[in-house]
Write a protein that binds this ligand. Structure first.
Ligand SMILES: Cc1cc2nc3c(=O)[nH]c(=O)nc-3n(C[C@H](O)[C@H](O)[C@H](O)COP(=O)(O)OP(=O)(O)OC[C@H]3O[C@@H](n4cnc5c(N)ncnc54)[C@H](O)[C@@H]3O)c2cc1C
Length: 565
């Protein structure tokens, strides 16, 4: 049985940063990923990463913008840590080889991003995530004696000892179908978000909320799950992301009358207001009949106002995406976009060291976690920062915790249960529905009822549908009964994770009877600090039902105020 001080599940930016930090602190590390590490969704991050690095900028200004962006739901102690540690982290990345853009004077160049009062987004053209992920992957090879990389291994469950401490996981070698028990003193979840719960989404096919559901299954609370970010610019046809960097470089949003409609909604920040504000403005324009295209479901993003040379240099990836996926040359004509699912602010509740409060030995960092630095709405370019800061902190803390303890003995019962579960999926006859059919229904339904605008009726329909689909999933069948690269069986397991996390989102959205950040309830259109300035925590107390509790928002120096852009 593989035994390590620190077991990390997920090899995107959060997982790799945690692995480097734990290895640096002298721990033996295992890092597991269901895809090759550099295919993690982090590789798709385009626009950049925030840090108050310029002499005239301050971490307090970055922190205030983040608090305001969060609609005052973010925990201010965690936000302070993230913004204070950002400049050093960015310089560290540069020193280990990330080739951030430099301006003609040779200084690190920035672009403006939404909701920020200063241009503090650092970038590598529009492939920032790829650039950072590859550098971290290279760095990890230096630690080949202490870091074991399990590439294309799929975790099916977290394992607890008799006291409830997390002591490892069960995982399947995707290449052979073999199941293995991993033993560890500390476990860090870095397994990303659950964007695939919505259709369309900007997220990769692998973003199915596995870690969120696995932690939830063993008693970890999920926090702020109602807060789902819709990005203002995704391709109308297929949901592909057009980076916020486009608006950061000066692109305009236009309705069918050719009007720069953001003047009405955010006269000061215009296209660079917070994402929730811009997405809502777009949805209002569409709903009121000023959309474009055959069904009026899109709006124009006009990048032609950016000098062509600059677009070709700084936004080359979206020039390609426009050509390949919408048949549009964005340097010459506007492109049709609409708001689309992009990110979840919620996740596994943690403290500022990444520790999950109710499950000893378990940590979470990155999009899987909710620490919470994003609250009701994440600012663009703050997620890459979140993955690195809290990935590092979790890695360091877990290494330190593990130093003082003996290797635990991991019980084998969970391995047996997971083997039986997989055998049962493979053995199902074809009387049920197809996995892909259920997944499609889930995504389309969530995008209809749990999107930019929500109300009690839509959310009740969503809850009913999720319950029915959970039932359908118990008999859903697969075609591939083999052991080698059986993606079919993994798809069936992932569907279960998506349904569990979707249910938590719907239950939390029903619970929050106000409008804050990404949650806009047309039946409760105002923010209500008296009753709802608090987190919603969802947990499973040993049964399959979501239980709702509330927890306070940590405030340090910023009192809630009206949010205007
Ligand atoms: C298109 C796009 C563009 C973006 N652009 C930006 C940007 O410019 N700036 C910014 O700040 N943010 C951006 N974001 C958000 C940001 O990229 C993500 O939130 C962040 O990269 C998530 O990193 P992570 O390490 O938490 O997870 P991921 O990068 O998603 O990695 C998850 C890892 O977990 C593994 N995993 C998952 N389940 C299992 C399992 N069951 N078993 C084993 N392994 C598993 C996966 O294989 C993967 O290695 C963007 C997001 C998207 C989708």
């Amino acid at each position: 049985m593989p035994s390590h001080d620190v077991l990390i599940i997920g090899a995107g930016l959060a997982g790799q940063r945690a692995a480097l930090a734990a290895a640096d602190a002298g721990a033996s590390v295992a890092i597991l990923s269901k895809v090759h590490p550099v295919r993690s969704h982090s590789v798709a991050a385009a626009g950049g990463i925030n840090a108050a690095l310029k002499p005239q900028d301050t971490w307090e200004s970055h922190a205030y913008d983040t608090v305001k962006g969060s609609d005052f739901l973010g925990d201010q102690d965690a936000i302070e840590i993230m913004c204070r540690e950002a400049p050093d982290e960015l310089l560290h990345l540069e020193h280990i080889g990330v080739t951030f853009h430099r301006n003609d004077a040779g200084e690190l160049g920035t672009r403006a991003f939404g909701g920020a009062s200063a241009a503090r987004t650092y970038y590598v053209a529009d492939i920032t995530g790829q650039a950072i992920l590859h550098v971290l992957y290279e760095q990890i090879t230096k630690y080949h004696e202490t870091v074991d990389s399990y590439e294309e291994w799929f975790t099916t469950s977290l394992v607890q000892d008799d006291e409830g401490t997390c002591v490892g996981c069960v995982a399947r070698d995707i290449r052979t179908g073999e199941m293995e028990l991993f033993n560890a003193k500390s476990v860090i979840l870095a397994s990303g978000g659950n964007g695939q719960t919505f259709k369309p989404t900007t997220n990769a096919l692998i973003c199915t909320g596995d870690g969120i559901a696995q932690a939830y299954a063993i008693g970890a609370p999920l926090m702020d799950m109602e807060m789902v970010q819709y990005h203002p610019t995704t391709l109308t046809e297929n949901g592909f992301l057009i980076t916020e960097g486009a608006r950061g470089e000066g692109a305009h949003l236009l309705n069918s009358d050719g009007e720069r409609f953001m003047e009405k909604y955010a006269p000061n920040k215009m296209e660079l207001a917070s994402r929730d504000v811009v997405s809502r403005a777009e949805q209002t324009e569409i709903n009121e009949g000023r959309g474009i295209g055959p069904d009026g479901g899109g709006l124009y993003l006009d990048v032609t106002v950016v000098p062509r040379k600059r677009t070709l240099e700084a936004l080359r990836e979206i020039v390609n995406i426009g050509k390949d996926f919408a048949g549009t040359d964005i340097t010459r004509e506007p492109i049709s976009i609409r708001p689309g699912q992009h990110y979840i602010m919620g996740g596994v509740k943690t403290d500022v060291h990444g520790q999950v409060p109710t499950v000893a030995g378990l940590y979470a960092a990155g999009e899987v976690a909710c620490v919470s630095v994003h609250g009701g709405n994440r600012l663009g370019a703050n997620s890459l920062l979140d993955t690195l800061i809290f990935g590092r902190r979790a890695g360091q803390h877990a290494a330190q915790r593990s130093r003082a303890m003996p290797m635990p003995t991991t019980p084998t019962s969970r391995l047996r249960q997971d083997l039986e579960h997989i055998d049962a999926i493979i053995a199902r006859d074809r009387s049920g529905r197809r996995i892909s059919e259920i997944k499609d229904e889930l995504g389309t339904m969530m995008n209809r009822n749990v999107a930019v605008y929500r109300d009690a009726d839509g959310l009740a329909t969503a809850h009913e549908t999720v319950r029915r689909l959970k039932e359908d999933a118990t008999t859903a069948y697969i075609d591939d009964r083999g052991t080698v690269f059986n993606q079919d069986v993994l798809g069936a397991i992932e569907l279960g994770y998506m349904l569990d996390t979707a249910q938590a989102t719907v239950v939390a959205a029903i619970e929050r009877k106000e409008s804050r950040g990404a949650q806009f309830r047309t039946d409760f259109p105002e923010r209500n600090d008296d009753e709802w300035l608090k987190h919603i925590d969802i947990s499973r107390n040993g049964d399959d039902e979501p239980h709702v509790t509330h927890s306070p928002v940590t405030m340090t120096q910023w009192e809630p105020e009206e949010r205007k852009y």
